[in-house]
Ligand binder design. Structure first.
Ligand SMILES: Cc1ncc(COP(=O)(O)O)c(C=O)c1O
Length: 372
């Protein structure tokens, strides 16, 4: 094992800065003015990152990203409503499963894991079914790392007068999301991915008018975003125990995000990380699964070497011993592993990862890599 903590080459929780971890070394009273001020500041700064205007508010919610997705769907899509779910991976499928579980009607438009949804097809589906009020799009489908066409889909959804709910879990803070300009109804994300906070809370950026109209819609008490919002507006407090340390850490993580130069600079660092790992592993004969043109800079899916000496678990264990925690593949169509480019990683760290992969493949006796 290395002396340092391992780097997390994962799609979150990601490697965080020392200052972010240190922010958690204090206890906060959830009702206390100092903590309320942190909550208010974090909400305002998340709205700014989302490029939202005064029509919007930010509602934080306890739990992981999935809790925030369920809260958004259950609150914004009324019981008699219907949504179109665009799925090209596990998180799109999970959104559809959520709709089924909470008893909301939906249509599924599924494409292959390496194929983005076609805006023209979305337009056709919306034209054919006036009952569809909402469309759920996953910005980066973290299953594969594919980047879906946000702007084109947002334009189609707006032109048809429907509401777009964007799962920006793995892009928020690293790729620009022009919430107000694109007329996006709701943007969902969490603290522990590109914002480089720690896990324990998600948030939804939504129009105040929509939240007001959504009072009473939610299928769940604890995941009722409209209630969480109105209580927070009245009292400055969270309904139910807040993840105080997580909120304090996100406040510092947002300082670091701003100091780095905001979303553009963070996205540029991740893109440089992405280039370093893709170029480096390609030189070792390991090819990404998704074509470069469709790939996000967030996480890369690589095809496993086609050599019988290769097996994921020993590969993982040896890389961990070198100080790098990678991620298993989640594709259904191919044997893959994933390398995340987010967190406090830099291109120099990615070069170290590539060197470690080279050593591990040699130690495992893997000679045959994959075909380009
Ligand atoms: C696009 C997307 N949506 C939803 C989720 C679910 O978030 P969580 O695992 O925090 O519940 C993830 C997690 O990786 C994700 O990448």
């Amino acid at each position: 094992m290395t002396a340092r903590d391992p780097y997390l080459l994962t799609p979150g929780p990601a490697t965080t800065a020392a200052a972010t971890k240190t922010a958690m070394l204090r206890d906060w009273g959830s009702w206390d003015g100092d903590f309320k001020a942190i909550t208010a500041r974090v909400r305002d700064r998340l709205l700014a990152v989302a490029e939202a205007d005064d029509d919007y508010t930010c509602v934080p919610i306890q739990g992981s990203g999935t809790f925030a997705v369920e809260a958004a769907l259950g609150t914004l899509v009324p019981a008699g409503g219907k949504a179109l779910v665009l799925a090209n991976g596990a998180y799109g499928k999970r959104a559809a499963e959520t709709m089924a579980r909470i008893g909301r009607d939906f249509e599924l438009y599924a494409t292959a894991e390496d194929t983005p949804p076609d805006p023209a097809e979305v337009d056709r589906i919306l034209a054919a079914d006036p009952a569809i009020g909402h469309v759920l799009l996953i910005h980066c489908e973290t299953t594969s790392g594919i980047l879906n066409p946000l702007e084109a889909i947002a334009r189609v959804v707006s032109a048809r007068g429907r509401a777009l709910i964007l799962d920006a879990m793995s892009t928020f803070g690293a790729l620009p999301i022009a919430t107000a300009a694109l007329g996006i109804a709701a943007v969902i994300s969490s603290a522990n991915k590109c914002l480089e906070g720690v896990p324990g809370m998600g948030f939804v950026i939504a129009r105040k008018a929509d939240l007001k109209a959504a009072a009473g819609n939610a299928h769940s008490l604890s995941l009722d975003l409209a209630d969480q919002w109105s209580y927070m507006e009245k009292s400055g407090q969270w309904r139910f125990t807040p993840p105080t340390h997580v909120v304090a850490a996100l406040d510092v993580a947002l300082d670091l995000h701003a100091a780095e130069g905001g979303t553009a600079a963070r996205g540029a660092r991740y893109a440089a990380n992405h280039r370093a790992v893709v170029d480096g592993l390609r030189a070792l004969g390991i090819e990404p699964h998704i074509p470069d043109a469709l790939q996000s800079p967030i996480i890369v899916t690589f095809r496993c070497p086609e050599d019988p000496a290769f097996a994921f678990q020993p590969f993982y264990d040896r890389l961990k011993a070198e100080g790098f925690i990678i991620y298993p593949g989640k594709m259904t169509a191919a044997e893959t592993f994933r390398i995340g480019c987010i967190g406090t990683l830099t291109p120099a760290v990615m070069d170290e990862v590539v060197a470690a992969v080279g050593r591990v493949l040699a130690a495992l006796g893997v000679a045959r890599r994959n075909a380009a």
